[in-house]
Design a protein around this ligand. Structure first.
Ligand code: RB5
Length: 142
């Protein structure tokens, strides 16, 4: 189960990503926002982060205008490793090396075509399970 959320800046891209997940038969839960009306990205970030931390969802996707606001908000929450990715190399590396549990993107930065490829890369790349990466991830929470 994938937790997904956005503010108004990411609303349309969130819709496209959900459509894409549906086509791939990947289950998701939409934590809002549910309209294009102006809203506050930390609110939706917290909902997605809580779903990931509680293990209700295994991974999260957060979208805002730049991807930066949701990324800052998510990374303030202990246990969250949110990665702002606007290219597939970063999406693959952060899953493999950082075991990132939330992908963030900016709808005003990437087009939907690239965004969907980034989502696929993030979801389809496993954590390397490499000892050095496990050690470094543990140090993040110390
Ligand atoms: C909203 O206008 C915009 O500030 C927001 O979507 C996001 O980019 C914040 O980081």
């Amino acid at each position: 189960m994938i937790a997904i959320g956005s503010d108004h800046g990411g609303f349309e891209l969130k819709e496209e990503i959900m459509e894409h997940l549906k086509k791939r038969k990947i289950e998701y839960k939409d934590f809002g926002t549910y309209t294009k009306e102006s809203c506050d990205y930390p609110v939706y970030t917290k909902k997605v982060a809580e779903a990931v931390l509680s293990k209700e969802c295994e991974l999260g996707i957060l979208i805002c205008g730049t991807g930066i606001g949701v990324s800052i908000a998510a990374n303030k929450i202990k246990g969250i490793r949110a990665a702002l990715c606007h290219d597939c190399f970063s999406a693959e590396a952060t899953k493999s090396h950082n075991d990132a549990n939330i992908l963030t993107m900016g709808a005003r930065v990437v087009g939907p075509g690239l965004a969907l490829k980034i989502v696929d890369t993030f979801l389809d790349t496993p954590f390397s399970d490499d000892e050095r990466h496990i050690r470094r991830i543990k140090l993040l929470d110390d």
